[in-house]
Design a protein around this ligand. Structure first.
Ligand code: GLN
Length: 285
């Protein structure tokens, strides 16, 4: 029977070959699977590398390894992913939180005062990572988070309960459809923005994610156009709209925002230097 150290070495190689990962990444993933099955932190794994897996743990581990070898994303297998320093529950009903999206949260927080009440809206909240990260960091703000998918809202509700977020309101809405004439100081969104025919939808983790959270028409901008078109009437004067988009969509997004009458329109680059978030403000008159 193999020790944990041997399992780690052998299965990292298998995973590396099956998915074309680099070896460091594959090792990290095997460690994540082992920790998940054993219910231990990574530090434990390192200090117990001569141990053997007990039968039930070995079976559970073999099952999760098989899922990962067939390409299923690790965030769905272990059911969680870290985002903005918090741990979120994730299922195939929602997009897997991505590190680039933390930029959107940072830019939103810069525009929400610390100790003042205010209304924030997150459109297409999915697992709730954006709304919950904002609500946690701005306890005086009320964050409304909408999604058209009931299955996604159930995941967001679970995350709000686990992370204890009293200032969050979740509701089903197709973009602004359930919001009547409500207005907000800030509207944020990570909408679907991938071109419908983008070959990268057929590769890697993305294959397992909800297409409705990823693709948005021929140029990927259908939903961004919809959101921008309705934003002005749901923003208070001085209110901000901020959304994530693809690396090559910055110029078109700025154009959409200007056409809709927003001011101070600008695009911010992510840590990789790619245009990632565009924003604009409703001028106060
Ligand atoms: N950044 C994601 C990807 O390209 C897309 C996320 C989205 O459409 N909001 O995989």
């Amino acid at each position: 029977m193999a020790t944990l150290a041997e399992t780690l070495a052998e299965d990292s190689q298998k995973l590396q070959q099956a998915l074309g990962l680099d070896l460091r990444e594959a090792r990290l993933e095997i460690q994540i699977l082992l920790c998940h099955v054993l219910g231990v932190p990574r530090s434990w794994l390192i200090s117990h590398d001569r141990d053997h897996l007990a039968d039930t743990a070995a079976q559970a581990y073999a099952a999760s390894l098989a899922r990962r070898l067939s390409g299923e994303p690790i965030a769905y297998i272990v059911g969680r992913r870290e985002f903005f320093g918090l741990e979120f529950f994730t299922t195939p009903a929602v997009l897997i939180p991505r590190p680039e999206t933390e930029l959107l949260v940072e830019l939103a927080l810069e525009r929400i005062p610390q100790n003042q009440p205010g209304n924030v809206l997150d459109l297409g909240t999915g697992s709730g990572v954006i709304a919950i990260s904002i609500a946690k960091n701005r306890p005086f703000a009320t964050v409304s988070a909408v999604d058209q998918s009931q299955a996604a809202l159930a995941v967001a509700r679970e995350n709000a309960a686990r992370l204890q977020v009293p200032n969050l309101r979740l509701l089903q809405s197709n973009w602004f459809s359930s919001l009547e004439d409500e207005v907000f100081e800030l509207i944020v969104s990570n909408p679907p923005y991938v071109e419908a025919a983008d070959p990268h939808l057929l590769q890697g983790d993305v294959r397992f994610e909800p297409l409705s959270a990823l693709a948005s028409g021929a140029d990927g901008l259908d939903d961004i156009r919809r959101i921008a078109a309705a934003a002005l009437q749901h923003l208070k004067p001085g209110g901000w709209l901020l959304f994530e988009h693809g690396y090559n969509q910055g110029e078109r997004c700025r154009e959409i925002l200007r056409q809709q009458g927003l001011s101070a329109v600008e695009t911010i680059r992510d840590l990789a230097g790619l245009e990632r978030v565009s924003l604009g403000v409703k001028e106060s008159v």
